[in-house]
Write a protein that binds this ligand. Structure first.
Ligand SMILES: C=C(O[C@@H]1C=C(C(=O)O)C=C[C@H]1O)C(=O)O
Length: 447
């Protein structure tokens, strides 16, 4: 994109924030101009935003570097009064799973990478709520931004707080992968693993559902927040065009890829899955069985070990915590927290590029696993299982792995879910695990 030089415009970026009382974040998201952005995570501000003061896109292998350089240009030397760190200018967006572009029109509008600096943003933190207006380019004057900020604050403070609409209801479902084809692909992967070509591969499926009426993404994200309070929730709309048929990629994911704050990097291994019990005792029994299960522990350790290796070129120290069980509403996972100290000011996107895809969503060895995924899966992953998150001017940022996610387009929604296949995987059990992983989104669609 063309960013004016500062000597042509006086200032490249102008950003102003003001404290506000926004009665409903759900209503604020509903009222935002397209393309809308939503982001929240454990111990992070919730961001509801709209429009694009600047947009960066990139494709191919160099997309991480291209975005990093573009963000440097957009955020460099801005005239910023933010009031709080979380309201400082950040670009929100994400990446496609594979380096090469998509051939599948399901993902029209979602390039290899896409980030926006919102035009208007609500940032909700423990210490209060801010409204921010950003502008880049020739019309980015402090006076014009201050005027817009007044207007936006008034508009957002006056929103009504009516209740969310109920789930739309499902008319029909279409699977990309029939059960027999699934059995064959898991068996073929297991054969390759036993032959020694592969150690692990994550195979996914997609489920296209026809809804009774178009989905309200603000309502879905609000309800997901009640059910999955400890997950990252996100919405990416890549275009302002299309009205209610405009695509929106959203989800409630338990998996952090990386948070970088100064020299501290926080990540973790999340892999290995079991269900929930009907009683607390059954839940505990399932959790203990998961902790003791050789297949799941092996699948998990491949992920934890690879993350440590992938971080080692950047880190002066890496610490892994105790392996434990993370219990969510619909499933339980093995989880190992991992933190590292960077040995220099490595940009968050350098860490994202090094980690993506972890063997929690790709496999090992990475290239063979990615080739297996491309050859096996009868659909395009698009942005499923890829990094989504934000970046600031200092190279800090936070990225989640976009699982438990779906692509909405009017009254159609496509859900994605995958499982790690290792030497002793059983196709039917893996099938059941995929169905469990559809639940978070499916429960928000079904009446
Ligand atoms: C790939 C997904 O989940 C990943 C795979 C897991 C597993 O195989 O046990 C567990 C958590 C995630 O790392 C998904 O939900 O789509």
């Amino acid at each position: 994109m063309g960013v004016p030089r500062s000597d042509e415009t006086g200032t490249r970026l102008v950003s102003r924030s003001v404290r506000a009382t926004v009665p409903s974040l759900r209503a604020a998201l509903d009222a935002m101009p397209a393309p809308r952005t939503f982001w929240t995570g454990p111990d992070e501000a919730t961001v509801v935003a709209g429009g694009a003061a600047a947009t960066l896109t990139a494709d191919g292998r160099d997309r991480f570097t291209a975005i990093k350089e573009g963000i440097g240009r957009v955020l460099h030397d801005g005239d910023v009064h933010a009031g709080t760190e979380a309201a400082c200018p950040r670009l929100f967006g994400g990446f496609a799973f594979h380096d090469e572009g998509s051939s599948d029109d399901t993902w029209d509008g979602f390039p290899g990478a896409r980030f926006v600096l919102p035009r208007v943003q609500v940032t909700d933190t423990d210490r209060g709520t801010w409204v921010t207006v950003n502008a880049v380019g020739p019309d980015a004057t402090p006076e014009a931004v201050a005027d817009r900020l007044d207007t936006e604050r008034e508009r957002l403070e006056a929103l009504d707080t009516s209740a969310a609409s109920p789930p739309p209801g499902i008319v029909s479902r279409t699977r990309t992968t029939p059960r027999e084809a699934w059995r064959e692909s898991v068996d073929a992967a297991v054969d390759r693993i036993r032959a020694g070509d592969l150690q692990k591969v994550v195979l996914a499926q997609a489920l296209a559902v026809q809804l009774d009426r178009p989905l309200s993404l603000p309502d879905v994200l609000a309800r997901l927040g009640d059910t999955y309070p400890d997950c990252y929730r996100f919405l990416v709309e890549p275009t302002a065009e299309g009205g209610v048929d405009r695509p929106g990629f959203f989800g409630a994911t338990p998996e952090r890829l990386v948070t970088r704050h100064g020299r501290t990097v926080t990540t973790g291994a999340l892999a290995g899955t079991t269900g929930r019990g009907d009683t607390p005792a059954e839940d505990d029994w399932l959790a203990q069985e998961l902790l003791d299960d050789e297949k799941n522990v092996h699948e998990h350790e491949l992920v934890a070990e690879t993350i440590r290796e992938q971080l080692s070129p950047f880190a002066s120290s890496i610490t892994a915590g105790q392996r434990r069980v993370r219990r969510l509403e619909t499933v339980q996972h093995l989880f190992t927290p991992i933190t590292a100290t960077l040995d220099s000011d490595t940009h968050v996107l350098d860490v994202v590029e090094a980690l993506h895809p972890t063997p929690a969503v790709g496999g090992l060895p990475p290239e063979t696993a990615l080739a297996t995924i491309r050859d096996t899966e009868p659909f395009d992953r698009g942005w499923y299982a890829a990094p989504v998150g934000w970046i600031d001017a200092a190279g800090n940022g936070s990225f989640a792995v976009a699982i438990r996610s779906a692509l909405a387009r009017g009254d159609e929604t496509t859900l994605f879910a995958g499982v790690g296949v290792v030497a002793d995987s059983d196709p039917d059990r893996e099938w059941d695990e995929v169905q469990l992983k559809y639940r978070p989104i499916l429960d928000e669609l079904e009446r």
